[in-house]
Design a protein around this ligand. Structure first.
Ligand SMILES: [Zn+2]
Length: 106
């Protein structure tokens, strides 16, 4: 019952496991982390380091008594992450066009 009551904010608990900024090793503060997307058990969280201001995106999945997280350093701020999350992924054709554009112009 307790886990259910806390479910909405349980991704905040996961921050204790993510712990430190991978750039400067400063401990993450809860108030620097914001949820920007949620689907079923998966939470996408954006964190800005309070010391070096680098940005980090983590996907935190909470299942029963356990949790799993995967993250990456990014140059996206919170609003960028929130907007880009909704855009469609690149297609193979777009990637080939981008490659050809660069080859032709440089
Ligand atoms: Zn840092």
């Amino acid at each position: 019952m307790l886990a259910k009551n806390n479910r909405g904010e349980s991704w905040l608990e996961a921050l204790k496991f993510i712990g430190h900024c991978p750039i400067c090793n400063h401990r993450y503060e809860e108030n620097r982390a914001k949820l920007f997307a949620k689907q079923d058990a998966a939470n996408l969280v954006h964190i800005t380091c309070g010391k070096c201001s680098s940005n980090f995106i983590a996907m935190i999945v909470i299942m029963g008594q356990g949790l799993s997280s995967v993250g990456m350093v990014t140059d996206l701020n919170f609003n960028d992450a929130k907007q880009l999350y909704k855009t469609a992924p690149l297609t193979v054709d777009e990637i080939i066009s981008g490659y050809q554009f660069i080859q032709k112009n440089y």
